[in-house]
Design a protein around this ligand. Structure first.
Ligand code: ADP
Length: 415
């Protein structure tokens, strides 16, 4: 089955076309037929698209909205020039899988999209005011183009964390606020944490019950997850993605009273404070330079930039704090898995996060660590490391395609 995976942001659309089937999944032979990114939708959009085995096609085209962006992608997919294998008409796309950021408390599994599901995704808009409306635009656009004959599934960033116990997901706020407004921790990046836990099982031959790991998704957004017996037991992001680790532009954990203080001192409104902690903090805020880890590391190396170094140090220390916290939370773990743009590519950051943690049984092997970059998967713990260390490149789109297939076939997922 050819599945179009859509990930719609407020002004972006990312897509992949993945050919998969149940036997294909068993053999791990799903094929990525095409992929692409359309950014700055609403103005002159920047477009990069690539068919399997072909060079990328880059273009700049004015695209009014997500519907226009989807039309653009589909025209390219079916055109002979694109060279996407097996796709010559819209009929060659058999189902659509959407990445949806917030599923709230009710949408705890990937589901086929119907009116009731759309209503529930709409209900979650107040929890994810930037993300869910864009995700819904993707669903509506695909429905307009493909009609009711092509099934669509929703895969939620939050659903993997629905197994967290109340002690993990409740804030120490008056309980009535949870009852009245569902103020609680939901967690995000669930598809990524779930995918790397699945790959960890494949690499180690362990089963669900035996999967006790800490996963660190370190990209532009960052989160840690304590996975116990294969299920999310605790995670660092909260009611919104602002909580937890230091990120590219988000502060992560913060004394909440800082906001009131800044409101008085700087006369900042709630909107400005929200933008401060989500868009102007983190690596960017501390360094005053950039949210890009690659650039910070080279500033630190080449110019000995003090604030670049501080930003990286705070980033690494926060990650290390969470490792310590989750080891205590789970009474130990068998492995730590690094993923996301930074986790997959930066041996230096992995080394700095795992430095001086021998007491906890975490001992990296420098040589092996250096080798695991550029999409390579593998293990980098030293011989005597009690806790195994892995780098596993994430693949959320693959999981979305496989979940969509299973929803369409009505087959329960096994992992
Ligand atoms: P997103 O969360 O937007 O999907 P990614 O997972 O692609 O982002 O991660 C982006 C981050 O990964 C950026 O901070 C980028 O600098 C960082 N990154 C990518 N390659 C490297 C590298 N070789 N060394 C250090 N950081 C890297």
């Amino acid at each position: 089955m050819n599945i179009l995976v859509l990930n719609c942001g407020s002004s972006s659309l990312k897509f992949q076309v993945i050919a998969t089937d149940l036997e294909v999944i068993d053999r791990n032979e799903d094929r990525q037929l095409a992929r692409g990114v359309l950014e700055r939708i609403g103005t002159e959009a920047l477009i990069t698209m690539r068919a399997e085995g072909r060079p990328a096609v880059r273009d700049a085209v004015p695209l009014r909205d997500h519907r226009a962006a989807l039309d653009h992608v589909l025209r390219w997919l079916v055109s002979p020039e694109s060279g996407v294998p097996g796709i010559t008409s819209l009929g060659d796309i058999h189902a659509i899988g959407h990445r949806i950021v917030h599923g709230g408390e009710k949408l705890t599994r990937s589901v086929l999209i119907d009116e009731a599901v759309i209503d529930q995704i709409e209900e979650c808009i107040e929890l994810a005011p930037l993300h869910n409306p864009a995700n819904l635009k993707g669903i509506q656009s695909a429905r307009q183009v493909f009609g009711p004959g092509v099934p669509q599934a929703a895969v939620f960033d939050t659903s993997f964390h629905s197994t967290m116990p109340p002690e993990s997901f409740l804030y120490a706020l008056p309980y009535q606020l949870y009852v009245r407004h569902r103020v609680r921790r939901y967690g995000f990046h669930g598809t990524s944490h779930r995918y790397v836990a699945y790959r960890y099982r494949q690499l180690t031959g362990l089963n669900h019950e035996q999967t006790n790991v800490i996963t660190l998704h370190l990209g532009n957004g960052c989160s840690a997850c304590a996975i116990k017996k294969g299920a999310s037991f605790d995670t660092s992001m909260g009611m919104t993605p602002a909580e937890g680790l230091v990120m590219g532009t988000r502060s992560g954990d913060l004394d909440p009273s800082v906001l009131e203080f800044l409101h008085h001192k700087e006369g900042m409104s709630f909107d400005e404070l929200d933008s401060l902690i989500n868009k102007r903090s983190g690596l960017l805020g501390v360094s005053g330079l950039t949210n890009d880890m690659r650039d910070l590391l080279s500033e630190e190396r080449e110019h000995e930039d003090r604030r670049a170094r501080l930003a990286v140090e705070i980033f690494c220390l926060r990650a290390r704090k969470y490792i310590g916290a989750y080891l205590a939370r789970m009474n130990g773990a068998d492995a730590i898995v690094f993923t996301g743009g930074i986790g997959e590519n930066s041996a230096e950051i992995r080394a700095r996060i795992t430095a001086d943690t021998g007491f906890l049984g975490i001992v990296p092997d420098d040589g092996r660590n250096q080798e695991l970059v550029g999409g390579r998967e593998g293990e980098f713990g030293a011989e005597g490391s009690r806790i195994r260390l892995f780098v596993i490149p994430t693949n959320e789109e693959l999981l979305i395609a496989r979940d969509t297939l299973r929803c369409v076939l009505g087959v329960p997922r096994r992992w």
